[in-house]
Design a protein around this ligand. Structure first.
Ligand code: SF4
Length: 428
């Protein structure tokens, strides 16, 4: 019988597996049982030793690798990772999940890129595992897990965090008197007498059914994973030094992400021909940007540098296809060590700020904090990865907005006809 902990490692069963681990150093030792489960998993590619995790730490890395490669690599071969979907691996997998959460929590915190990737990977792994089950196993697992992670008649406010983080949308759920309806009997009891001309149980399947229940279950476990990482982070700041094995694992996770950014660019550069980030060519800037780069001599200086130029330069350099891809990202998804931010983006913005009359940051040094905030690094004097996500990385203004709020900047030339948003036309 399938262990629910294979889908939800934070279940009581999952916690028991962790308690049974014993000596922590074991996580680094070669484990024959693990290797045998992996090599005997159906459709598993075993032609290369590197496909086979030898211990818990290797397995943890494979989890992250699977997610980033699946997301970004057009030639991704799932057969190299089939073992992740073999339920026999569940005890090893649970330990690996906890190792990942503890490593990321201890070293990077819950606000980090590593945490975000880990939480997203857990969501995807759950989704794929459920997809491999029979209909009855799937229903049973979803109902069991839902009952343990969600109250029986949850108010919509129970999902407040999920809603505010946009992991769940209110329109995806059916509400009655502020309560979210997930259970079939509950739905029939409340709505049967009000439904005419259609079978109420068919309506339930169409409106809620497994789809919504799975969505709520997966997003709730993702949210709980994030909370767990956050608790680990707080604890490691207050109490003991993290185990060096965890810190080393955290470095390896980061390496996987850096390697992924290097290989695939940003936003899955190898998929679908999106515009890749590359060095900026100031000659290709539209007239409004050229005007700001020369320095603002009259009104609107602060908004021109902070609200207009900062989003423009940062997106044009790092994520010029923001509007065509329409996927929100953080700066560190593309520039993991902030080398481009510090080496290229800041000098351009600070140069423009200095050319203003009077120079912006000499006149109002406190505005540096606003600039950092627009890049998504919170209200701080410098861009620091640990603060990323405290504010949103502002997207560039559309031409319409420029004309409305900073009309003196807009002096259209012949190229402007093709531009709706002065952003991606600026690379070599
Ligand atoms: S039309 Fe758009 S791109 Fe051209 S100058 Fe005006 S704001 Fe800039």
């Amino acid at each position: 019988m399938l262990s629910v902990a294979f889908i939800n490692p934070l279940s009581d069963e999952g916690k028991n597996v962790v308690r049974e681990l014993g000596d922590f150093e074991r996580v680094l030792s070669d484990n024959d049982e693990l290797m045998s489960i992996v090599t005997e998993s159906r459709s598993q590619e075993i032609s290369d030793d590197s496909f086979i995790p030898r211990n818990y730490i290797d397995l943890a890395i494979k989890r992250i690798e699977w997610y980033v490669k699946k997301k970004n690599d057009r030639n991704f071969d799932n057969n190299k990772y089939e073992f992740l979907f073999n339920p026999e691996i569940y005890k090893f997998d649970i330990i690996s999940y906890y190792l990942l959460c503890q490593a990321v929590g201890a070293k990077y915190g819950s606000n980090s890129r590593e945490s975000r990737v880990l939480v997203e990977s857990q969501g995807k792994i759950m989704e794929y595992r459920l997809g491999k089950l029979s209909k009855s196993e799937r229903n049973l697992a979803v109902n069991n897990i839902l009952n343990s992670v969600v109250l029986s008649h949850p108010k919509w406010t129970f999902f407040e965090e999920l809603l505010s983080s946009k992991k769940l949308r209110l329109h995806e759920m059916i509400l009655d008197n502020g309560e979210v309806i997930l259970d079939k009997d509950d739905f029939l009891e409340r709505f049967s007498s009000k439904i005419h001309g259609r079978k109420p149980d068919k309506m339930y399947e169409a409106l809620i059914g497994t789809r919504v229940k799975e969505l709520v279950m997966i997003k709730t476990v993702m949210q709980n994973t994030e909370e767990y990482i956050s608790n680990v982070s707080e604890k490691s700041q207050r109490e003991i030094e993290p185990n060096p094995i965890l810190l080393e694992l955290a470095d390896k996770i980061s390496e996987v992400l850096v390697e992924s950014a290097r290989s695939y660019g940003f936003g899955g550069g190898s998929r679908g021909g999106s515009i890749r980030a590359s060095a900026l060519n100031p000659r290709a800037f539209p007239p409004c940007v050229k005007n700001v780069m020369e320095g603002i001599k009259s009104g609107g200086r602060n908004d021109a540098i902070i609200m207009f130029l900062t989003p423009f330069i940062s997106y044009a350099r790092l994520y010029p296809s923001v509007f065509s891809e329409n996927i929100s990202k953080r700066v560190s998804d593309i520039d993991p060590n902030l080398n481009v931010v510090e080496g290229e983006i800041m000098p351009l913005i600070f140069g423009a700020a200095e050319r203003c009359t009077p120079p912006l940051f000499e006149d109002q040094p406190q505005d540096k904090v606003n600039l950092i905030a627009k890049l998504g690094f919170g209200m701080h004097e410098t861009a620091d990865l640990k603060n990323e996500g405290q504010t949103t990385w502002y997207t560039p203004m559309s031409c319409e907005k420029v004309k409305l709020h900073l009309p003196s900047l807009c002096k259209p030339d012949e190229h402007c006809k093709k531009i709706g948003n002065p952003c991606p036309t600026t690379t070599e």
